[in-house]
Every structure is written in C-alpha cells, then in structure tokens.
Design a protein around this ligand. Structure first.
Ligand code: NAP
Length: 328
C-alpha cells in the first residue's frame, strides 16, 4: 500500500519527529486522463517550514492530518492519459509519498537532456531557477560585481556561486565549517567565510575590503546585517530566504539597516514562481553551463521515505552540502 507523510501538529519553534506521521495513502482510481507514478526522488526545502504554520502566505499552509506536498520526480508505471507511458520520467508536486495517481495536467514530462532525473529538483529545477533569476534579475548582478552569498554550500547558494563565476563576477560565499568552505571554493568562489568562526561582519570586511555590490540572501539575521554594513553605493540585494528566522519566527534586528538610505541600496524580494513564464531563458543558459561543466551538482542523499522528516530537519542544522534529496 502507498504511504504518505502527514503533518500531525503544527511545530512550535524547531520541528521534531513528533510533528510528522507516516500514514497509508488511499490513491484515487486510475480514470481516463490519469497517470500512476512511482516516486523515485523527493525534495525537502526550507520553504516547507513556512507551510507548517497556519498563516496566510504565498503558498497555503499544509493541512493537519493530510498528505504533505512538495517537489518530486518519479517514473510513470501506468497511464490512461495521452502523452504518458510507463517508463516516462515526470516532475510534479505530490511529494512526501512513495506513489501518486495524478491528472496529466499535474505532471511535467522530463526532457531527455542526458542528465540524472533528480537534476530537475536541483540545478535544473526550483533551486537552480531561484539562483538564476534571483541573481541576474532580482539583484541585476553583472560582470565585474562583487557578490556575497549566504548558505553558499547549500542548493541555491552553490548554484549562485557557479552562475556568478560563469558571468564573470567576484564571489564570496558564507557557510559553516571548513569542509563546506572548501566546497564553496571548489565551486570557484574567490573566498569563503566560515561564519561559525566569529562575527560575520568582521570576516566579510576582511574578505571584501572594498565592499560588495550584490548580496544574495538565503539566511537573513547577522548575514544580512553584515551585507548591509559592507554594501557599496547602489548595491543590490536579492532577498531569497531568511532561514535563520524560519523556526523562531523572529527576525533579528539589523544594526546597519540605515545604510540602505545613505548607500542607496536596493532590496528586492522575489519568489521563484514569479519567473515561470521566463523558464526558457533559464533552461537555455543553465543547460549550457551544465553541458560545459561550469555548473556542477553535489547532492546530499538520504535513503528511504521513512527518513524524510530527518532529511527536512537536517536543512536547519546544516546536514546538507548541495541539494538535500530523499531517494526512494
Ligand atoms: P539549503 O541552502 O540547501 O539548506 C539550508 C542551509 O542553510 C543549510 O545547509 C545551512 O548551511 C544553512 N543554515 C541553516 N540555518 C542557518 C542559520 N541559522 N544561519 C546560517 N545558515 C543556516 O536550502 P535551499 O533549498 O538552497 O534554500 C536556501 C534559501 O533559499 C532558504 O532560505 C530558502 O527558503 C530560500 N529559497 C527561496 C526561494 C524563493 O523562491 N524565494 C526558492 C527556494 C529557496 P550551513 O551549514 O552553512 O549553515
């Protein structure tokens, strides 16, 4: 029988295993126009923490005691829909479960680009697209800019580092620990800051003595404050995520916030789905960089549906390098 993770209760602060339960899943009948998919790869993403709160946001909250959702890649095992046949690989949003029966309209067939199917949850999916549009559109980053990116060893951050280098920028990445910093440098970053070593504002001042033109924010808190402190005139910030506050719900106060005025800093929040109409540009450029070796992927893979909450929670303790994925 198919199984799916349910949210059993809304977490207060950092979620625990008790907030989740793996339950049997009643699948709908395979009527005309429907496709049965065996999920092979499931995505865990920090934004899912926001969906665990009962608040209005850009995506609705997860319902209590109902199957959770999220990005997934699977293989078609049975089809009553034109255009889909067993063996096709598809991308869809019925994650947190091992099997799904979905209308064809809920599925995107993966093109055969010679990449691993899970790439469509990483560099060729939401995380790569977020990095691409956040850096090049929201922050208007261009050749010659000095770019600072937080959570630089993570899924979005590692794509930002590589895209910025492919576009001729100077890149400083922040991550926790020497191994992650080595990884960030291996992606081509000009410098990596281990933020666990001391106040990040001091480390960033040392790494960027002339200041920064662009900040790609994945963290918020002291990382955002350090970027404000080091921003040059007309700096541009892409506000992508603030994982530092997702569990506390309390954004840190910003000591350097008033520099926004004097330095004419532009802050631009954005959501990946804003850019869906422009995905063609992303596939063209990212496809070229992957084919040319300028963008590579390193995934952190957790095995089995049972381990999915653990994989999700690992995002908040930094258990991942690159994209965190669950393999079924
Ligand atoms: P990720 O970076 O692969 O994983 C999260 C990483 O954040 C961890 O590995 C950890 O790395 C770091 N982290 C966790 N808590 C931290 C803290 N308190 N301070 C500093 N670093 C912390 O996750 P992702 O999927 O690529 O997402 C990155 C950010 O982008 C998130 O904020 C997410 O919400 C956002 N996002 C936004 C959009 C959008 O449409 N706007 C789309 C996708 C993702 P360390 O071990 O280095 O601390």
């Amino acid at each position: 029988m198919a199984r799916a993770w349910h949210l059993k209760s809304r977490p207060q602060g950092t979620p625990t295993a008790d907030n989740f339960a793996l339950e049997p899943l009643d699948l709908p009948r395979l009527d005309d126009g429907m496709v049965r998919v065996a999920n092979r790869w499931l995505s865990v993403d920090p934004y899912m923490r926001g969906r665990m709160n009962d608040v209005k946001s850009y995506v609705p909250p997860f319902a209590i005691d109902a199957p959770m959702e999220g990005g997934a890649v699977g293989e078609v095992v049975e089809s009553k829909a034109d255009g889909f046949q067993p063996g096709d690989w598809v991308l869809h949003m019925a994650g947190w479960r091992d099997e799904a029966v979905l209308p064809a309209a809920a599925l995107n067939k993966l093109p055969d680009l010679g990449v691993e199917p899970q790439a469509f949850l990483g560099n060729l999916g939401l995380t790569g697209g977020t990095a691409y549009f956040g850096l090049l559109d929201a922050a208007s980053a261009k050749e010659g800019d000095i770019v600072f990116v937080s959570a630089a060893a993570g899924a979005v951050g590692s794509a930002v580092v590589q895209i910025a280098k492919a576009k001729g920028m100077t890149v400083i990445g922040a991550a926790r620990g020497p191994e992650k910093c080595d990884f960030v440098c291996s992606l081509g970053a000009d410098a990596a800051i281990d933020y666990s070593e001391g106040p990040i504002v001091k480390s960033l001042a040392a790494a960027a003595p002339d200041g920064i033109d662009v900040y790609f924010d994945n963290v918020g808190g002291d990382h955002l404050d350090a970027a404000l402190a080091l921003a040059r005139r007309d700096a541009r910030f892409a506000l992508c995520g603030m994982i530092d506050s997702y569990n506390s719900g309390q954004p840190a106060s910003l000591r350097y916030i008033m520099r926004i005025i004097g330095m004419r800093i532009r802050l631009q929040g954005f959501i990946y789905t804003d850019y869906v109409p422009r995905l063609g540009e992303f596939y063209r450029d990212m496809g070229g960089w992957i084919a040319g070796g300028q963008v590579t992927a390193r995934d952190t893979v957790v095995d089995g549906l049972e381990a999915m909450p653990e994989a999700f929670l690992g995002l908040f303790s930094g258990a991942n390098t690159g994209k965190m994925l669950v393999k079924l």
